[in-house]
Design a binder for this molecule. Structure first.
Ligand code: 5GP
Ligand code: ZN
Length: 115
């Protein structure tokens, strides 16, 4: 899926500041950070949205969350707290159709949603 920007970042064909990678996931700084820490964690495999996952994706889904915890510690926000977000589909405000978990922190993040 070389027309997918996150596949291109995973393949190191597009630039990104990678902060973590393992056999299942890769994490890099969001290009337009909305908080002092704003990192995207993506599966290596192209999965368009959370609505597309199957039972065989359970290991990678667990890894996305565990990587968030590891990276939060590396970024120094484990104690102060952080938020993870997975925007999904049209109403979810998803812009890039390759599953990604936003890891946000480094300041109080305010209410979960704006009404
Ligand atoms: P979504 O709305 O799909 O949940 O979020 C997509 C995120 O990807 C946005 O926060 C946006 O700033 C980020 N983004 C889009 N294109 C790129 C890119 O080429 N590189 C990086 N590092 N982040 C990107
Ligand atoms: Zn992709």
């Amino acid at each position: 899926m070389q027309d997918c920007i996150f596949c291109r970042i995973v393949a190191k064909e597009a630039p990104a500041t990678i902060v973590y990678e393992d056999d299942l996931v890769v994490a890099f700084h969001d290009i337009y950070p909305k908080a002092p820490v704003h990192i995207l964690i993506v599966p290596r495999r192209h999965i368009p949205t959370l609505a597309h996952v199957t039972p065989e994706d359970e290991p990678v889904l667990g890894r996305l969350l565990y990587a968030a915890r590891v990276i939060a510690q590396e970024q120094g926000i484990l104690e102060s707290g952080f938020r993870v977000i997975i925007n999904t589909g049209r109403h979810g405000g998803q812009e890039v159709y390759h599953v990604h978990l936003h890891l946000l922190g480094g300041r109080p993040l305010g209410p979960m949603l704006v009404r």
